[in-house]
Each structure stands twice: as C-alpha cells, then as structure tokens.
Design a protein around this ligand. Structure first.
Ligand code: HEM
Length: 528
C-alpha cells in the first residue's frame, strides 16, 4: 500500500512533465502553424504546400543546390535567380506576398516598400526580433550578442555599444585603418614581386578587415586574433551543418559528432576571449593606455559597462555576455566588410573606366598622401562605387524578423497585412536591390552614377544594405569609413584587372560571397 502511494507521488510529476512536453510539441509543430496558416490564407497569402515538420526546407535546398551547381556562364550581375531561386519561383506562382515554411517556422516574404519601412521602424522594434531557429543556429558564434538579442535586452545592449561607432570616435580610427591598409598594400607588392602579379584578393581583404576590427576595437592585432577568427569561421561552418536538423523536435539535445566538435572549439574560443578581456582589464586597472591608442575601443566600453553594472539587475553585462558580444563583433565587423571590399575590387577590375575615375578622384583629394578623416567626405565617386557594390552584391541578402505579437502592416483595406504572432517576415534584400521596377531596365548593370549627388532617387527606401530603422547595422558608419580608406589606398597603390582565372560564382553561405575567390592582376603604381 505504502509503495503504491510512493509510486503515485513519483509518477504524478513525471506524468505532468510528459503531458507538458507533449502539449508544447503539438502546439509548436501543429496548432500554432495551423493558426498562422489559416489567418494568412484568409488574407490571400498563400505559398507552396508544406510537409509535416520539414515544411518547404527540402524544396528550398533542392532549388538552391540546382541553381548554384555550376559557375555563371558570363560575368553577369543578374544573380537573384541563382541565389534566391525559391523567391523567384514562388513570387511568380503566388504573388509578391507569399509564405513558405522553414520547418515549422512560417516565413512571409515582404517586398512592398511601405510595409518594409513600417516593419523596420521603431513602431515594431520591440515586438519583432530574431526567431528561436535563428538564435539556435547562431548560438555558438554569437550567443546572446547584439545581433540575436531581442526586446529589452537588445535595447540595453544597443545603447551600450552604439557610442563606440559614433562619428567623433570614428575620426580617431581613420589613421589606424589607413595604416592597416598600407601594410596590406605592402604585402601585396611583395607577393607580386615574389610570385607574379596574379593575386586572390578576397583572402587579403579578409585578413585586412580582421586586422582593422582587432586593432581598433579589441586592442589586439590580426595575428593575435587570428585563432579567434579561425575558430569563429569553423564554428559557423559546423553550426550550419548541425542546424540542418533543427526542425526535428528536441534535436538540439541529441548528441552528434558536430555538437561534440562545436563544444570543443567553443571552449577554446571562449578561453581565448576571456584571456583577451582579462588582459585589457589589467591594462585599464593599471591606468595604461590600450595599445591601439585610438581612444576607448569597443572592448574598453564593454568593460566599463560591466564594472558599472556589477550590481545592476538582469540587464547588466555579465562575463558570458561580454564574451558573446566580443564574438558578435569579431564576426559581424569582419566578414561583411571583407566581402564589400572584395566585390568592389572585382567590379572595379571589370570596369576600368570607373576604376580610372575613382583613382583620379583619390589622387586629387588625397594628393598622394594616405587618406584622412577630412578627405573622406570629398571622395564622392568612391562613395558611388561603394553604394553600387552594396546594391548589386549586398553581403546580407535577407533581413529576417519574427513577430512576437500580432501586428498589422500597411494601411487601409486591401493594402493591409495582419501578421499573426509567431510568423516570421523575410525581406529579400537582394531581390529588392535588383528589381527593374525600382531601378530601371539596367538594374543588373554596374552603374555607380545612379547614386550621383543631385540625381533623382526613385529608389529611396529600397536601398537597404545595412537595413534601416532602430535595428539597422550599428557598424554602418564604421564600415563605410573603412571601405573608403581601404579602397583609396588600393586605388593609389595598384591598377587592377580581372584575372583570366576568375570564375563568376556568387553563393550565399550566410553572406554573399564569391565561391572561388577573386583573382586579379595587380600592376603596382608609385608606392605611398
Ligand atoms: C559592409 C559591411 C556591413 C554590412 C553590409 C552590414 C549589414 C548589416 C545588416 C543588413 C544588419 C541587419 C541584420 C538584421 O537585422 O538581421 C546588420 C546588423 C549588425 N551589424 Fe552590420 N554590416 C556591415 C558591417 C558591420 C560592422 C563593421 C560591424 C561592427 C563593427 C557590424 C555590426 C553589426 C551588428 C552588431 C548588427 C546587429 C545590430 C542590431 O541588431 O541592433 N556590421 N549589419
């Protein structure tokens, strides 16, 4: 009798837990998706029929695999069909507003300029954010860092880091950026002298962008930070592989060879970051200036915030949050910038007249000296080239937002979209940047003069390489300063032409990159 009561007491909580788990699973994987599908269908938003659990994942993978199986047959910039074939197919079949299912996550594609602006505006900043699938997919190389934070935590983190990227602080970084760029130019000259004038420029730009962020924000150098960059890249690759099965309920808890490797690499990465943070803290405690000498970099600001918030409730930075924020900025401040520089050099190498124009401007403004903060606003041709590069090859091709509450986009009957809580909205940036209805019949051509000062801007609100609104890229100004400085130094140092070995094969692996790199022929000009 006593044993029976004990058994019942033990069984009841277990039964409760099992029932709860079953309810959550049914709710996440069936009831909520069914509710969302009904609400969207009621407004005429349809899409390809999803399969149970996987949704349209397999269709997306098959379409992308087929479209990117080979290289492009010409050096065309008409790349939307290659990189977003599912968007092209389904928007033709179901209209520009359609829904597809990424596992059990519904993704509504939104391209309407008014709806996009509204979605990214401050009105929805606190009720939209990054979904569980996304956060889980980036857990190991971003963690709770700014890119994946939501709600009040995001707001607090953004408030802490934003001052590091304000205009007055950026002025102090220009000299460091120019010095890093000149070192790269020297390394490229040596490479040309040693091994001939063919160079794969993507690897050099990745190293340069890494050196710049490591020096200006983390008081270290690329060589010291190299292992950190390598680990983040490897973690990105492994996480992409292990995330392929996240749609399986509970799969995040199952052991796998990827997960074991991720755990090991993440342990090493976090240890390196802890040591780097500790070193900076000691330097600060001793009152010595950080080696970068460019004022307080991001790491210094994060440390100050951590000190300030030692006793500050749940929003304060704890040690793990510091580590996650460092990972985030090593990742976000490196790859996107390197890709912008690489694509810009590819476009200049294949458009010699624009290369000459930009070089003449740099010579006129900088007069053979390294670029300074005062030179940068005068480099308008270079700004146009950079904008056109970001339009044709935006490093981030999609902007995702999940609705955490029911929201409404658009205005008035027939022009309104009710977005149910739990639905994700995906803005296909690349498709908007190549839309002939917005940019004209030459939308796929490299025409930097469309960004010339004083020209009409029919594309206003449709040029979004850094997103827009309160959750736009916090490093936008930094990235633009960096791109101008590096390209000015490169243009003054070399004439570049595209190599016969270049194979045009843009692919989207989290960011838009050239699958085989960008080999160019470099002709050194007078050294600076
Ligand atoms: C050409 C270079 C860059 C491009 C095209 C770019 C693009 C973007 C885009 C589109 C977003 C919005 C992502 C989303 O909402 O899902 C974003 C966010 C972000 N970017 Fe950049 N980025 C660049 C460079 C940088 C740099 C240099 C840094 C740091 C130094 C940086 C740090 C961040 C961070 C932390 C966020 C998250 C902001 C937030 O959620 O509040 N980015 N970036």
């Amino acid at each position: 009798m006593a044993l029976g009561v004990v058994g019942l007491v033990l069984a009841l909580p277990l039964l409760f837990l099992l029932t709860r788990a079953a309810w959550i699973t049914v709710s996440c994987y069936y009831l909520t998706p069914a509710r969302i599908r009904t609400i969207l269908a009621g407004q005429g938003v349809h899409g390809p029929p999803p399969r149970l659990l996987v949704g349209n994942l397999r269709d997306v993978s098959a379409l992308v695999a087929e479209a990117t199986a080979g290289d492009m047959s010409s050096l065309s910039h008409d790349i939307v069909g290659r990189l977003l074939p599912h968007y092209v197919l389904w928007s033709k079949m179901y209209g520009r507003l359609f829904v597809y299912w990424y596992g059990s996550e519904p993704r509504v594609c939104v391209t309407d300029a008014g709806m996009v602006r509204e979605l990214l505006s401050s009105r929805h900043a606190h009720v939209t954010g990054k979904s569980w699938l996304q956060r889980q997919g980036a857990k190991h190389f971003i963690g709770r860092g700014l890119i994946m934070a939501n709600g009040a935590t995001w707001s607090h983190q953004r408030h802490v880091v934003a001052p590091a990227f304000m205009a007055d602080r950026l002025r102090g970084r220009v000299g460091h950026m120019a010095e890093c760029a000149r070192q790269t130019a020297r390394a490229l000259r040596e490479a040309v002298a040693r091994a001939g004038n063919e160079v794969e420029v993507g690897a050099h730009m990745a190293r340069l962008a890494g050196d710049i962020i490591a020096r200006t924000e983390f008081d270290t150098s690329y060589d010291t930070g190299k292992r950190i960059f390598d680990l983040i890249e490897e973690l990105q690759r492994l996480t992409a592989r292990s995330s392929r099965h996240l749609w399986v309920p509970g799969s995040q808890y199952l052991p796998s060879k990827y997960r074991r490797e991720i755990k090991r690499l993440n342990g090493e990465l976090e240890q390196l970051l802890k040591e780097s943070i500790e070193r900076s803290r000691e330097i600060a405690d001793e009152g010595r200036t950080p080696s970068s000498a460019c004022g307080m970099g991001l790491l210094g600001m994060l440390l100050a915030e951590m000190e300030k918030n030692k006793n500050d409730g749940e929003l304060g930075y704890d040690a793990q949050m510091m580590i996650d924020e460092c990972k985030t900025f090593f990742f976000a401040g490196h790859e996107t910038s390197a890709l912008l520089l690489t694509w810009a050099i590819m476009l200049l190498a294949t458009n010699p007249s624009w290369q000459d124009k930009a070089r003449a401007e740099v010579a006129g403004v900088c007069g053979g000296a390294p670029p300074t903060a005062d030179h940068l606003p005068k480099l308008t041709v270079l700004q146009m080239v950079i904008n056109e590069t970001l339009r044709l090859y935006p490093p981030a091709t999609l902007l995702p937002r999940m609705a955490f509450e029911d929201i409404t986009l658009g205005s008035g009957p027939g022009d309104e979209l009710r977005v149910p809580k739990g639905a994700s909205l995906w803005i296909p940036l690349l498709a908007i940047h190549h839309d002939e209805a917005v940019w004209g019949a030459d939308a796929h051509e490299f025409r930097p003069d469309r960004f010339a000062p004083g020209r009409p801007r029919p594309w206003a609100g449709r040029f979004l390489p850094f997103a827009s609104g309160p959750r736009n890229c916090v490093g936008q100004a930094y990235a633009m300063v960096e791109a101008k400085v590096v390209l000015a130094v490169m243009l003054a140092s070399f004439r570049f032409g595209i190599s016969d070995e270049y194979r045009h094969a843009p692919v989207n692996v989290l960011t838009l990159r050239p699958r085989h790199g960008v080999p160019v022929r470099l002709l050194p000009l007078t050294p600076q």
